[in-house]
Design a protein around this ligand. Sequence first.
Ligand code: C5J
Length: 224
Amino acid sequence: MNIDAKPYPFELPETLPALIIIDMQRDFVEQGGFGSSLGNDVTLLLKIVPVVERILQVARDLGMLVIHTREAHKADLSDCPESKRMRGQCAVRIGDQGPMGRLLIDGEPGNEIIDTLKPLPGEYEIAKPGKGAFYATALQDILSEHDITHLFFCGVTTEVCVQTSMREANDRGYECLLIEDATESYFPDFKQATLDMISAQGGIVGWTSPSESVISALKSRYGQ
Ligand code: C5J
């Protein structure tokens, strides 16, 4: 069973693939978080929430491994390079107090995954200090323990944490597909460019496909 995808059909494996949901945390999608501190219009990101909810439900129904990530730093900022904290000309920075607590700090209200996508018991929630989900996390060990070979990505933002994580996964030998309408950027052009560059050159980073195609193929392949 294949998924209709770019640049060519994505072949589903015998064993269940995993779903990785990148950084659907209040810091990026709500006013007063890290995303808005950088001057972004965070409302743009909210439109993917119902699509991600649908995909998450399908993954749960099929018993897929689900991994949620959050971009998060320790309260003492020991895992946040000064170069990252000082980047940009903004009034509030990582670790500073905002309306939802300290920006991008593990355990603060703003760092939580949004209510409708909250992890359930049995799902993994990874706090990652970098843009990539593999950097300084246990992600690779978790995937190996579960014999995962194929990954579906969604979340925010397309050209930063999603793309970085997908490139890290691609370099580690995973077959990766980015769900087109389940990822979003503060910059629509950047989202499109990212989708294009992933599937260019014969799928140099992987595949992309709309959620409708992904969901129907997953249900046909792994449903009862
Ligand atoms: C950013 C992310 N954009 N989750 N983080 O800083 O994409």
